[in-house]
Design a protein around this ligand. Sequence first.
Ligand code: AMP
Length: 256
Amino acid sequence: MKIVRTRTDLREALAASRDGVVGLVPTMGAYHDGHLSLFRAARAECDVVVASLFVNPAQFPEGTDLSRYPRDEERDGRLARETGVDLLFAPAVAELYPRGFQTWVEVGEVAARLEGEHRPGHFRGVATVCLKLFNLVRPQLAYFGQKDAQQVAVLRRMIRDLDLELSLRVLPTVRDADGLALSSRNALLSPAERERALALPRALATRDPDAARAALNGLDVDYVEVVDLDPPVLAAAVRVGSTRLIDNVVLEEESR
Ligand code: AMP
């Protein structure tokens, strides 16, 4: 696996492998089995697997957890290599947002509610960095987790609206044995907070918004809502101490 840090080195490294299918897995690092499941899926169907490792400041609204976001690039590099990633793109902030940067992608309605409402500017940052990564890597396939269901909906909208030529692959949410969805932010939870956080998967497992709301009673809930995405989900965001967690479950036709 090769690690590159600049756009020039990335383009150069990719130049030789343009004949086959290029797959991209955008990440912010602190890898867990959710990330690794995306790498494995990409490895299984692509000739070249590119992962990006970039904690994108643009998607963290002012005053949120950018500075405490977990980082461990050495471990990430090892895990990516072991899971079949060919090329790891790990740029500095100034490489993707050089001085003078001032062009942003604003996705409309689908980005306005839920995460968009509680984290203003979040999806503007996500859409912009993903468009940049899509342009730099030019993948035929890009891999995302259902864990961030609204993010997938926003990116699908952007791909359609801006006539991008790539397909998204969306992989199921990977959970710990106790039901908690894997997230880099779980590392920020104390043991007692982690115990309290289990209310989130338990609430969503009811697949019923009222029952879920009741099960989250006592936690600091940003939202718990049925969202008509493709597929429809019951999605929730809660704060446990100073850590914000999101999760969702897919609602099958019969339970709608
Ligand atoms: P992140 O590094 O948190 O930006 O996540 C990178 C990608 O991994 C995103 O597409 C996420 O949706 C996906 N992802 C994060 N957590 C999980 C999980 N528990 N299961 C599956 N995919 C995940």
